[in-house]
Design a protein around this ligand. Structure first.
Ligand code: KIV
Length: 340
């Protein structure tokens, strides 16, 4: 059993002077040395959180997002696909964390987003929710989990809240999604719309194509955005739309627009974390709108290569990475094994 899973609060509540030589935890007899299990838990490489680097900020709510929009303050959104990526996004004071179905491709290596199923999304949603203390968390309804009708959409959305621990859901589509959005929002679940390029429909769109490039297509983007707004969405993602079109759509709406490949005139922006942190090998194709703010791949590669080298040359682990044993105990052990 790993130390971190022992009854932490039970052990740490004992005072130093009152410590017995052994404790009984979950039926296990544990030596006194493990009374420091609070520290031990921190040492364990399985302890997830560590200490927060700063004071936790106030929880971001729908009301807070509305207030930001009213004041013209840009809304920041980023994807997170697991516990560590959510942890760092939350620590960076991001307003909204999206468990996007992009995880199918960038975190699970699937061909496209149509492959991922609800249960897989929920597993990732739960891990993101556990790490997120302040940001508003939204889960992406995967293809096939909401298009059959409003009842299916509501049932899936409820699972995202109850099982995935999400605070809102995102779904792709415009006018045709109005009954589903109405059904979900009437049940009290915030919905983030997604119009323009909708990757779940890439087969119909003929691939990942920029939308709204003609007057008629731009009008369709606006119509879709207005429809999902009227249906009750609290905000809408505009994906891969010319910046000028996105700016006009933003002006025509009363809810915030969250742009991705839609220019600077939107009310906020979203990017896929793995793309923007540079956490993928050089040469991987990235869409034009992605700005690489980091080079996590190179840093990980450097660290892992150095570790490999140090293991091969026995530089690692050094004495400071090992646990001490009292001289007499070691001598006793050495004596005891002599006959073996
Ligand atoms: O799946 C996703 O990550 C998304 C964002 C890129 C908007 O839908």
């Amino acid at each position: 059993m790993y130390l971190s899973s022992l009854g932490r609060s039970c052990v740490s509540s004992l005072t130093r002077s009152a410590r017995p030589s052994h404790l009984f935890l979950q039926g296990l007899r544990v030596p006194a040395v493990l009374q420091q299990s609070q520290t031990q838990a921190r040492w364990s490489s399985h302890s997830p959180m560590g200490s927060p680097p700063t004071e936790p900020r106030k929880k971001v709510t729908i009301g807070k997002l509305r207030a930001m929009h009213r004041k013209g303050e840009p809304i920041t959104m980023i994807t997170a696909h697991d516990f560590p990526s959510a942890h760092v996004a939350d620590a960076a004071d991001i307003d909204v964390i999206l468990v996007g179905d992009s995880l199918a491709m960038v975190a699970l290596g699937m061909e496209d987003t149509s492959e991922i199923v609800v249960e897989e999304m929920l597993l990732h949603c739960r891990s993101v929710a556990r790490a997120t203390k302040s940001a508003f968390v939204v889960g992406d309804l995967p293809m096939g989990s909401y298009e059959a009708g409003p009842t299916q959409a509501l049932q899936t959305a409820i699972r995202f809240v109850k099982e995935g621990r999400m605070q809102g859901v995102k779904l792709e589509g415009g006018k045709e999604m109005v009954p589903a959005i109405q059904k979900i929002t009437t049940a009290g679940i915030p919905v983030l719309g997604h119009v323009g390029l909708t990757p779940q429909r890439q087969n119909m769109l003929g691939g990942f194509r920029v939308q709204g490039k003609t007057a008629a297509s731009a009008m369709e983007v606006l119509d879709d955005a207005l429809a999902v707004q009227k249906a009750g969405c609290f905000a809408v993602v505009l994906e891969a739309v010319p910046a000028e079109v996105a700016a006009i759509v933003t002006q025509k709406l009363s809810i915030p627009t969250i742009g991705i490949g839609a220019g600077n005139g939107c009310s906020g922006q979203v990017l896929v974390q793995i793309d923007m942190t540079g956490n993928s090998p050089p040469g991987r194709h990235l869409p034009k709108f992605v700005k690489k703010y980091g080079d996590v791949w190179s840093e990980s590669l450097r660290a892992i290569k150095t570790y490999r080298e140090e293991v091969k040359t026995r530089q690692y682990p050094a004495p400071e990475h090992t646990y001490p044993i009292a001289k007499e105990e070691l001598e006793g052990f050495a004596e005891a094994v002599k006959g073996i």
